[in-house]
Design a protein around this ligand. Structure first.
Ligand code: TPP
Ligand code: MG
Length: 360
């Protein structure tokens, strides 16, 4: 398997920041829209680095970094229309950003002060899913519901390269294909599933899996925000027009650890990371903007300053988040009260009351 994604890789912006043309895919963005994408990428990276630092300081229990994958997430997230619905894993901070979820709401989940973080219907984005591949089934079910409602909206579902080995994902592919569901499967191939390399998941490029299920698959440069935007918009449009699912393989790299509990130096060589740093998603857009005179030093400095202000907001907001009521985890198990849940709530409260002082 080629490390550079091979000739099938859809690319509109090279790692050197050169705009190239593709026979099938294109985007036509104003310089203002391009600057907007740059801002998205920089701010998402700052959210990610600040959350990592907060975990190291003991303020978060865990954090799953998205560094390196910002273009895949922002490009696909910005391709969505307001009525579309996104189903994420635990790493889609750039998608959450694009859907208007406040970064502090993400932090609440990883701080353990909320069991969810946001109202899925307010942002048309489901909650983070830790169970690998699970959300692909939710997404297909949701897409089939949209189809039965006669809606013109589409669903997008995120998962990783490792998830493609899960039964759930393959079952989701089958259902979406035979029911022609309006869903886009967005696989971020970041080359690793914790310590398992891509070679342990597949003998063929992942996008080609779609062939066997009977729908199109496409491999896009996941570090190229323009190509990701173009490919995802086309797949969503196809879904809206009743053409059914598409599998997008965003070819990218997990530049950080799997999570803050992981040490990647134990299983991968640093030369790989160095090679991928040259393909950085932010740097190539910065060069493209600067070379064309669409952004200057003042603009880049202003975005960096905005990122620092955001980081301060996150630090202060995270540290001052109130702890929830201990029994609040029983509140939303079911929509209506349930005797078993109530019994568990009472047992839990009694357990806490059994300690000296009654409060622990
Ligand atoms: C059903 C299930 N099995 C195992 C795990 C443990 N686990 C957490 S992340 C992960 C690897 C996922 O890799 P990939 O799908 O490539 O996503 P990435 O983390 O690289 O974004 C595993 C095995 C889990 N959360 N759920
Ligand atoms: Mg992976």
């Amino acid at each position: 398997m080629t490390a550079d994604g091979g000739p099938e890789l859809v690319q509109l912006l090279t790692p050197e920041g050169e705009r190239v043309h593709h026979p099938e895919y294109d985007v036509d963005l104003s310089d203002e829209q391009l600057r907007g994408l740059y801002r998205d990428l920089v701010l998402v990276r700052r959210v990610d680095s600040e959350a990592t630092a907060l975990q190291r300081q003991g303020e978060l229990g865990l954090w799953a970094q998205c560094i390196g994958q910002e273009a895949a997430q922002v490009g696909s997230g910005r391709a969505l229309l307001p009525g579309d619905f996104a189903f994420p894993t635990y790493r889609e901070h750039g998608v959450a950003w694009a859907r208007g979820v406040q970064p502090l709401q993400l932090l609440g989940l990883f701080r353990g002060v909320t069991n969810g973080g946001w109202d899925p219907h307010e942002h048309n984005m489901a909650l983070y899913t830790i169970v690998i591949g699970d959300q692909t089934l939710h997404a297909v079910g949701y897409a089939m519901g949209m189809q039965r409602d006669g809606s013109d909206d589409a669903t997008i579902c995120y998962f990783g390269d490792g998830a493609t080995s899960q039964g759930d994902v393959n079952e989701a592919f089958v259902f979406s294909a035979v029911y022609n569901a309006p869903v886009v499967f967005f696989c971020q191939n970041n080359q690793w599933a914790i310590s398992e390399p891509l070679e342990r998941q597949t003998r063929i490029p992942l996008y080609r899996r779609a062939d066997g299920f009977g729908f199109p698959g496409v491999r896009v440069d996941g570090n190229d925000v323009l190509a990701v935007l173009a490919v995802t918009s086309a797949a969503l449009q196809a879904a809206r027009e009743g053409q059914g699912p598409t599998l997008i393989e965003a070819f990218t790299y997990r530049m950080g650890a799997h999570t803050t509990s992981d040490d990647p130096t134990r299983y991968r060589v640093s030369a790989d990371l160095e090679a991928w740093k040259l393909k950085d998603p932010i740097e190539r857009l910065r060069v493209y903007l600067a070379r064309n005179g669409w952004a200057d030093h003042d603009y880049f400095d202003a975005i960096d300053a905005e990122a620092e202000t955001l980081a301060i907001h996150l630090r202060e907001g995270c540290r001052s988040m109130p702890n929830p009521e201990k029994t609040s985890m029983f509140d939303h198990v079911y929509a209506a009260p349930h005797p078993l849940v109530e019994a568990e709530r009472a047992e839990f409260a009694a357990y806490h009351a059994s300690f000296a002082g009654g409060e622990h």
